[in-house]
Structure formats: C-alpha cells, structure tokens
Write a protein that binds this ligand. Structure first.
Ligand code: ZN
Length: 88
C-alpha cells in the first residue's frame, strides 16, 4: 500500500493518506489530505500531494499541534518516476 503523506508524533503515526483514501469508493474520510485525494486514484492523488503537501501540513498542524514530523513519500516517488523516464 502506498502512503502519500503521513503525520507522526512521539507515539507514532497519527494520520496519513494512502490507498484507503485515494482508492476509496465510499463516503468521505477524515484524512490528512482534507478529502482531496479521496477516490482520486493513485496518479491524481500523487499530483495533489506534490502540489498541496505543504498546505496540508500547515493545516494539519493547526488541528494537531502535537505533530512532530511528516513523511511525504509521494514526493519521492514522483522523483523516482521522473528519473526513470529520463526527464530529470
Ligand atoms: Zn487522503
């Protein structure tokens, strides 16, 4: 399962956006992406994450001040994709 963005505090992972969100067909979830990736499919969701991750992290921090750090694997995945296609 590909995680696009995840938030952590000292306890561990407290929120993330992954396939459960971007492959969802059900009702909206309460996700770190604010629902934008919900049911969007992996490619669109990665695009959204690359563009909006900083915004989501700012928003998330205001609601979850105990957040210590974020991981944004989607940004790295997209970089790998570019490298593999020789566009970077
Ligand atoms: Zn999400």
């Amino acid at each position: 399962m590909t995680t696009l963005i995840a938030a952590y505090n000292s306890e561990g992972c407290i929120g993330r956006c992954d396939a459960k969100c971007y492959n969802a067909t059900g009702p909206d979830c309460e996700c770190i992406c604010g629902g934008l990736n919900h049911g969007a499919g992996v490619e669109k969701a990665m695009e959204n994450t690359r563009e909006l991750a900083e915004e989501w992290m700012r928003q998330w921090r205001t609601e979850h001040p105990d957040t210590e750090y974020f991981l944004v694997p989607a940004a790295q995945l997209s970089l790998w994709g570019l490298l593999e296609e020789g566009r970077c």
